[in-house]
Design a protein around this ligand. Structure first.
Ligand SMILES: [Zn+2]
Length: 309
């Protein structure tokens, strides 16, 4: 475990984000005078148990804030106490078909549609944490119990948490700003030197959300993946997002079809991809093409809703 203390009360685990890249996001926790607030949960059972023992002496887990609906952020909720908080679109996505929580490669879609969320999580555990499966024999997905649509302020002991709806990597992303610690948790709206999936993104909103994050009074920006960074790193990442928008917009203006666009570009040479490979890049380009040609992030999936600013 590489849980790092980045401020007096903020702890971040970036082990899954460092080579060799593991399965999971950057689960984190904030210690307050009235208990602990987790931001996302360690995904795999074995790691979740290590987390529990790490937290044990520091207080009771009161809340788990999920920054998005992807499993590397939410699957581990089951292993912890506390009220699960997120955007209402995250809850809706987790209650919907599996393609709302992951953009599946076309070849996998049929298989994915036959699984429940519980079955899908256990299938992932069997691949990535077989020795942890015994810890998950009674596994049930834990969905957000407290949701919001625009913003939510959470007061716990001596600490204030400002939760914002910041669409980008997915339509329902949540940013968590902790002014007292001068920290913001971005989920996968920011990957530090790593390219998150673009396959469910809202690109134009994403650029605005990154500007909003840059405007916060913080020293540390905790990404969904990659090492803890700062606002300069966010600017660099925003330039990558703007770049992919410009590239795909250019192809659309040239009259290229979606298939031609998917064949023409890959963004892997611009930024190390968390999900490498041609198929993933094609899905990324397809999503950008669809959204940018319609000029709106409206595909009918839960959580695709108006932006909050
Ligand atoms: Zn993630």
């Amino acid at each position: 475990m590489k849980i790092r203390q980045i401020t007096p009360n903020v702890f971040v685990d970036t082990e899954s984000s460092e080579p060799p890249y593991g399965h999971g996001s950057n689960p984190s926790f904030v210690v307050t005078s009235a208990g602990i607030v987790m931001v996302d949960a360690a995904m795999l059972p074995t790691r979740a148990m290590k987390w529990k023992s790490e937290i044990a002496g520091r207080g009771e887990v009161r809340y788990i804030i999920n920054t998005e609906q992807h499993l590397d952020h939410v699957a581990g909720n089951y292993f912890f106490p506390g009220t699960v908080v997120s955007h209402q679109g995250v809850r809706a996505a987790l209650r919907g078909p599996l393609e709302h929580i992951r953009a599946f490669e076309p070849a996998l879609l049929g298989q994915a549609r036959s699984l429940s969320l519980r079955e899908y999580v256990l299938w992932q555990y069997s691949q990535w944490d077989p020795e942890g499966l015994a810890l998950a024999k009674d596994y049930q997905p834990r969905l957000p119990e407290l949701t919001f649509s625009d913003r939510l302020t959470l007061y716990l002991g001596d600490t204030v948490f400002e939760l914002f709806h910041l669409p980008g990597h997915t339509p329902s992303q949540v940013g968590v700003y902790v002014p007292r610690e001068r920290v913001v948790f971005t989920g996968d709206n920011f990957g530090n030197a790593i390219q998150p999936s673009l396959a469910q993104c809202c690109p134009l909103e994403w650029v605005r959300s990154l500007k909003f994050i840059e405007g916060l009074d913080v020293d540390h920006v905790v990404p969904g993946h990659g090492l803890v960074g700062n606002k300069a790193d966010v600017r660099e990442f925003a330039a990558f997002i703007q770049g992919v928008i410009d590239t795909v917009t250019g192809l659309i203006r040239q009259g290229r079809s979606k298939e031609e666009a998917m064949n023409a570009v890959s963004f892997e040479s611009r930024l190390l991809a968390r999900h490498p490979g041609n198929e993933q890049q094609r899905m990324n380009v397809a999503r950008l093409y669809d959204v940018l040609s319609k000029k709106a992030c409206a595909d009918g999936a839960p959580g695709t809703m108006k932006t909050s600013f």
